[in-house]
Design a protein around this ligand. Sequence first.
Ligand SMILES: C[S@@+](CC[C@H](N)C(=O)[O-])C[C@H]1O[C@@H](n2cnc3c(N)ncnc32)[C@H](O)[C@@H]1O
Length: 242
Amino acid sequence: MFWLMTSRTALIAATLSLITLLSAACAKPDADRPNDLPDGINDNFLSEDMDVDRYKDRFEGESRGVYAKRFEIVEALDLTPGDTVADIGAGTGFFSFLFAEAVGRTGKVFGVEISPGFIDHLRKEKISRGLGQFYVVEGTTASVELEEASTDLAFICDVYHHFETPEASLASLHAAIRPGGSLVVIEFHRIEGVTNDFIYKHVRASREVFQAEIEAAGFRLTNDIEIDGLDDNYILHFERLN
Ligand SMILES: C[S@@+](CC[C@H](N)C(=O)[O-])C[C@H]1O[C@@H](n2cnc3c(N)ncnc32)[C@H](O)[C@@H]1O
């Protein structure tokens, strides 16, 4: 009897080990990698000698979907004069400047950046464009450094996958957005066999993973914002829950 139980236990253990081995062998090497940010993803932006003009050419080319569709994207946000908008990871600032126009002199736009080169560039643009309603904010990799409940809408275009500590950044965003306010995230589709290799490796996870992370931080998905012809990206609109 004892022998029978021992051999049955051994058989179960062997079967379980085999299943574990097989599932490890079948795991896709490039499946979602929620904890696997590509090394040095922000190094170029943080470098002291970054070339802002090079990024202006890259970010502000009509072949870049989000740039080509910038007016439609801003229109879809339904901003009204007096609103406060935070452009997280503002980069060269082309969205910030459109937001500044939409919210007018009675509104506010925060351009949040961690890159010294972009911060310097945004400060110069604020002065040359005479944008009193535009405030440049130095964020960190863990915080957007905005005041509590200071923002009606936070906008994150092509930046979420650059967050090095997404949980901490999301917590700071949750605090910065007023209850009931909005978080809009533009990200790249990441679909195996469809998405090109560069984006597939550069963006750590799929829409489903990003959505789940953001919801876990106290946001509710309200809708997808659909823009005709914006093929490489999706746009998610979340509401901040209490
Ligand atoms: C690919 S660029 C996108 C810039 C701009 N949003 C656009 O769509 O043109 C990513 C930007 O995110 C910034 N970034 C990365 N991590 C950040 C963080 N935790 N907080 C704020 N900005 C961040 C980088 O410095 C860089 O300017």
